[in-house]
Write a protein that binds this ligand. Sequence first.
Ligand code: MLT
Length: 411
Amino acid sequence: MATINDNYLKLKAGYLFPEIGRRVAAFAEANPDAPIIKLGIGDVTEPLPEACRTAMVRAVEDMGDRDSFKGYGPEQGYLWLREKVAQHDFQSRGCDIDASEIFISDGSKCDCGNILDIFGSNNSIAVTDPVYPVYVDTNVMAGHTGPANENGEYGGLTYLPISAENAFTASIPSEKVDLIYLCFPNNPTGAVASKEHLQAWVHYARAHGSIILFDAAYEAFITDPAIPHSIYEIEGARDCAIEFRSFSKNAGFTGTRCALTVVPKTLMGKAADGSDVALHSLWNRRQSTKFNGVSYIVQRGAEAVYSPEGQAQTKALIDFYMENARIIREQLTSAGIAVYGGVNAPYVWVKTPNDLSSWDFFDKLLHSCHVVGTPGSGFGAAGEGYFRISAFNSRDNVNEAMRRVTEKFRV
Ligand code: MLT
């Protein structure tokens, strides 16, 4: 019989969001009339910007004409999109990033996992705790960890605790790690990193030959002008960082799928013979072999984000979700519940009232308010006692959810 990848057996029960989905489905089946409001998974609810839809419709028409029809596109993405990204997202902020260093893909989640293909199996790896579970689970699947302990912490990973005491930004480790996952604005805590904090990480990475895997999927939600949107705003980051970005949350592409990963050509890794190898060429080789690119239609939709109309419409979407975040923060605060984040990020990180465990609060909220959130402990042991509320929903749903929650929970 064929054998399996035994590393999968080390994974804790299920991926967090399917587990939540199962619990909600069971509750809904038993209570078919309960008006459930979902503020759990960070999935957008508002329609695609008109500029993107118009561009996609036009692209569909292109596909209907022999002269403008497109077959396989470049695995790295069409140059017209990569050039717009380079110019608008990076060069306009002073980042020295060229279109040829941008790889268009179908998602940051996929890229965060797939990037491990180009790294060795003996790297030491640091993640924050709490953390976006994909960083951890993909390393478990790749055999980079030992089994999990009773707290769900995997042997071999370095966990960097983040809490209110350190403003949810990890201290720089004293030991050397090879790969560091950083996510700012942070999922799940909604925290952001100052330029100084990122500079300290870049110094650390350059001093130790480490690589930062920087997840900037939520950068569009930054409202404070002093906060960097890209790791490449930090001097020296070209030599130590890969950045992941997405159209999912700023332009509503969670179902449409488009994202990008930046691998600077100056970024090097060590081969077994001690030589330096450009990670750009490895990622290019990986993508050309295992990926056939994002559809022409979707890339045209993504390109339209950078048109004047697209910019105005995506800004309106972001403002809409950030107003939701403000309502969530203010309502919970008025009920005496401590909240963090939600100012430069679409997630509000809530201290559970009355010292409830994260899953107890989840169950209470589901059963008594019919509101779904995400238990903080699902993001790591240090998330216990916290709860994440997503600002991605309609205004009516957010108002109604907050009305129900503040009626039931007052501290
Ligand atoms: C989340 O809720 O954390 C996000 O939706 C996850 C993701 O974008 O994959």
